[in-house]
Design a protein around this ligand. Structure first.
Ligand code: DHK
Length: 154
């Protein structure tokens, strides 16, 4: 990876990243994570971006390394990142280290209110490097995150 100036512009797409197990949305614990599928969530994100004439790119993986590789690729090509790191939120220094590499604002999203659940979900390695954190708003949290990134003042 070079240290060249980042070519991304303010109209570059928003990268929406989903970590482990989020491919099972709609099936997994619907009382906690809702009945919408990941496809539904991505469609919601697309609409939230399209309302501002903007686009998203989406990537989901159950593998930490694949998420990190995708974040590396995002450098210079995206204007912001919306990430639900799933369980890696609470465990992954490597994911957090990767997220600062693209040098764009990050919003951390959790569908559930992680603070009202088990104690281990209250700590996030990502929150300290995020511009904002959303938890407990269900799938709407992704749309809120995109709206925030597309309307915030730098
Ligand atoms: C999703 C997960 O998979 C959990 O590991 C997190 C998060 C919470 C969510 O609420 O979206 O603890």
């Amino acid at each position: 990876m070079s240290d060249d100036a980042l070519p991304q512009t303010s109209s570059s797409p928003i990268l929406v990243l989903n970590g482990p197990n989020l491919n099972t949305l709609g099936i997994r614990q619907p009382d906690v994570y809702g009945s919408e599928t990941l496809e539904d969530v991505i469609e919601l994100c697309r609409r939230a971006a399209a309302a501002h004439g903007r686009e998203i790119v989406h990537f989901q993986s159950n593998a930490e390394g694949a998420l990190i590789d995708r974040i590396h690729e995002a450098r210079g090509t995206v204007s912001g990142i919306v990430i639900n790191p799933g369980g890696l939120t609470h465990t992954s220094v490597a994911l957090r280290d990767a997220l600062v590499i693209p040098e764009v604002p990050i919003v951390e999203v959790h569908i559930s209110n992680v603070h009202a659940r088990e104690e281990f979900r209250r700590h996030s390695y990502v929150s300290p490097i995020a511009a904002a954190v959303v938890a407990g708003m269900g799938s709407f949290g992704y749309a809120a995150a995109i709206e925030f990134l597309l309307t915030r003042r730098a």
